[in-house]
Design a protein around this ligand. Structure first.
Ligand code: ADE
Length: 226
């Protein structure tokens, strides 16, 4: 898995890429993840990447030329180019699984009021939103996508079962995860449910299933429809 994050703020990505699962995936060569400064492809003395919107209005719009130049250099016939934008299709576990099968993702991060529409119209394969809110910077959204995708790459998670078992995993269909407990058994008045200490694996499995379904019904009934 090869991921290029194309952003005006590669520094935002460095911390996330240098810790925990993403760090391990990179160290083990299971994923090559590179945050690239879009300004590198901007020309002129000031390396300008944005300009005023035609038609007027507040804010600035990211220019097409640096993005065109960056993609001309980075893209191959097997790349999937994804524009991070609140106008995009909603990112979810299904999209994460789809992207985990790709060889090369280029995550293009917007900034300012948006990106010149000709980028979306002619240069990208997908437009993706991570949720119904507006971030000031697409790099944060690209990191969310990167994390969700890379953890699905075979070998990245220590326990091969754990990606399949969590919320929205392959195994259980699209429902929320059941609650988890670890030691101590009793903390003040707070006890671990008896069934989890029973050693009865069938009863534990049933309890987890019931908890997951009840939680999903209460919080995300939309997941149970259809
Ligand atoms: N850029 C700004 N907001 C975003 C969002 N919700 N999803 C993806 N990219 C974004």
């Amino acid at each position: 898995m090869n991921i290029d994050i194309l952003t005006l703020f590669p520094g935002i990505c460095e911390g996330a890429l240098g810790e925990s699962m993403l760090k391990r995936a990179r160290e083990r060569d299971l994923a090559t993840i590179t945050a690239r400064d879009l300004r590198q492809w901007a020309t002129g003395r000031h390396r300008v990447t944005d300009d005023m919107p035609y038609g007027g209005g507040p804010g600035m719009v990211m220019k097409v030329e640096p993005i065109f130049a960056a993609l001309a250099e980075l893209r191959t016939p097997r790349s999937r180019v994804v524009l991070m934008t609140p106008q995009g299709r909603r990112f979810d576990q299904r999209v994460a699984r789809e992207y985990a099968r790709e060889e090369h993702l280029i995550l293009l991060c917007g900034h300012y009021e948006g990106v010149d529409q000709r980028v979306a119209d002619h240069l990208v394969d997908d437009e993706i939103s991570i949720g119904d809110y507006v971030l000031t910077n697409g790099a944060l959204a690209a990191l969310v996508v990167t994390d969700a995708v890379v953890r699905l790459v075979p070998g990245v998670l220590g326990d091969a079962g754990s990606a399949a078992q969590d919320s929205f995993g392959e195994g259980e269909g699209r429902i929320l995860d059941h609650p988890h407990y670890t030691r101590p058994e009793v903390f003040g008045d707070w006890r671990v449910p008896d069934v989890l200490l029973s050693g009865n694996h069938a009863a534990i499995a049933r309890w987890r299933r019931e908890q997951a379904e009840a939680l999903t019904r209460a919080r995300r009934p939309d997941l149970l429809e259809g």
